[in-house]
Design a binder for this molecule. Structure first.
Ligand code: NAD
Ligand code: UGA
Length: 471
């Protein structure tokens, strides 16, 4: 294969496919990259002349797309044609949890992986390197190879035989820091059994990633490492959140504990911030996928160990909601609560699995009226998320329990309590004197992210409860 002419197709123009291919295109001007999707609107949005309207918001992304789009990076819905002319095809499609049938609620729904494998099998020409970019259950490469080879074996002999190499190259970027994570990755992982294919992909990354950060493993180690990395990260959050509850009843302070524990270089300080529970599209689904895998292989103790990380996460959300109810005299009927933040973390408009969903829905179910403020999340997503949650629990949803406000100070007027659920910068330096004057008394502030100055809230006459501190 001539390096000068390498052509790449990425199936899936989502949160991973778009930014990842944009960075590769920017760093490897000799490559031609086509990002394809079955969702025409997504493709149109990626091609929007106004770079502030791209379908994914990430700091630094619009600039990179502006430099590369229609030069060596193309967003198109011509899937077959793009696969046909490519040497390397990345699969970057969604892999949510299966909703029904065997493994429902835990196993990955692989229908999009299978359909893209079939698209590749049918449209490819000659030798194609197929790269798993999606997060997948261990042994998915086996399924993909099976599908690909079944097409290759069916050749009539009139055209040259199709051949395939399958690699696993999971993505470790986090939302809000995706571009930085792609430019300066802690590591790039390439799993496979074909040295030539591994080296070709390695050469692409070598354009900007130091050689010592590129790790090669076998296919199954690579697939399992991605699930394990997410499980470990989530486990750290559940660990510190479980200790936050112990702090509240003993008088210890979670920040002091977190610092004292995290300064041990063997443990490290990152991912020890307590909060209302981890959200985001992947932690829960990837752990449950690991749990399913362990159960499948009869490793029930291992499965139970990891499942506990998700259970503690659900418990954290539940106990926060119950503390709020208890502090407000056990009654939320006719009370107005101001919710500050709905996104699963700051600097994103993504609400998938946000802890705000269950906390808000449970408060509404208690009879509270919520006024929600979030700088980036739109009303439709919030209503949809809360409705879904209540529907799944067979609970009713009344529109009257929900209002939205774009101005923080308007949102807290006449309110009985303020509940901070996302660590947006805007919430860390509020005028508490002004807020206190406009609230109903006794007014409460619940800070689940520990971003406000406790003394300022106290001196304004409001009551305060901080996660892991308990005051
Ligand atoms: P996404 O839903 O944003 O994007 C997936 C895209 O694939 C969708 O636009 C969908 O229309 C498209 N698609 C599905 N089947 C297709 C097909 N057959 N042909 C063409 N297009 C098709 O998902 P995402 O957030 O980009 O995640 C993709 C994968 O990456 C998942 O496995 C996820 O676990 C993993 N991952 C996600 C993140 C993250 O932060 N979002 C980080 C690391 C890994
Ligand atoms: C996470 C991982 O960090 C990425 O490496 C991985 O690629 C990605 O999942 C994935 O596979 O999808 P992401 O979910 O975007 O990235 O964001 P994180 O920064 O990991 O935050 C996840 C959740 O944990 C958020 O709700 C956040 O508020 C919470 N969190 C994080 C804490 O409560 N405390 C912390 O110390 C860190």
């Amino acid at each position: 294969m001539n390096k000068q002419q390498i052509k790449i197709c990425c199936i899936g123009a989502g949160y991973v496919g778009g930014p990842t291919m944009a960075v590769i295109a920017d760093k490897c001007k000799n490559l031609i990259i086509k990002v394809v999707d079955i969702n025409q609107k997504r493709i149109d949005d990626w091609n929007n002349e106004d770079l502030s309207c791209l379908p994914v918001f990430e700091p630094g992304l619009a600039e990179i797309v502006g430099r590369t789009r229609n030069k060596n990076l193309f967003f198109t819905s011509k899937i077959e044609e793009s696969i046909m002319e490519s040497d390397i095809v990345f699969m970057s499609v969604n892999t949510p949890i299966k909703q029904k049938g065997i493994g429902a609620g835990k196993a990955s729904d692989l229908r999009w992986v299978e359909s893209s494998a079939r698209q590749i099998a049918s449209a490819s020409v000659g030798h194609t390197i197929v790269v798993e970019k999606s997060t997948l259950p261990v042994k998915t490469a086996y399924t993909i190879k099976n599908i690909l080879n079944s097409y290759s074996n069916n050749e009539s002999g009139k055209t040259p035989k199709k051949t395939f190499s399958v690699l696993s190259n999971p993505e470790f970027l986090a939302e809000g820091t995706a571009i930085n994570d792609l430019l300066f990755p802690d590591r790039v992982l390439i799993g496979g059994d074909n040295t030539k294919a591994i080296n070709l992909l390695r050469d692409i990354y070598l354009n900007w990633v130091p050689a010592e950060k590129i790790i090669s493993t076998n296919l199954w180690s690579s697939e399992l490492s991605k699930l394990t990395a997410n499980a470990f990260l989530a486990q750290r959050i559940s660990s510190i959140n479980s200790i936050s509850a112990v702090c509240e009843v003993t008088g210890a302070d979670i920040h002091e504990v977190s610092k004292a524990v995290g300064t041990d270089t063997r443990i490290g300080a990152k991912f020890l911030h307590p909060g209302p529970g981890f959200g985001g599209s992947c932690f829960k689904k990837d752990i449950l996928n690991l749990v399913y895998l362990c159960n499948y292989y009869g490793l029930d103790q291992v499965a139970n160990f990891w499942e506990e990380v998700v259970k503690i996460n659900d418990w954290q959300k539940d106990r926060i909601y119950k503390i709020i109810v208890e502090k407000l005299f056990g009654n939320l009927a006719n009370k107005k609560l101001s919710i500050l933040g709905f996104a699963f973390k700051a600097n994103t408009n993504d609400t998938r699995e946000s802890p705000a969903i269950s906390i808000c829905a449970d408060l509404i179910n208690e009879g509270a009226k919520l006024v929600i403020h979030d700088p980036k999340v739109d009303e439709e997503s919030i209503i949809g998320d809360i409705k879904n949650y209540l529907r799944n629990k067979n609970l009713p949803f009344y529109d009257c329990g929900l209002e939205f406000e774009k101005d923080i100070y308007n949102s807290v007027e006449e309110s009985d309590a303020i509940i901070i659920l996302t660590e947006w910068e805007d919430y860390s330096n509020l005028n508490w004197q002004k807020i206190s004057r406009s609230m109903r008394k006794p007014g409460w502030v619940f800070d689940t992210r520990n971003i406000i100055q406790i003394e300022k809230v106290k001196s304004s006459g409001l009551n305060i409860w901080c996660l892991g501190v308990g005051i």
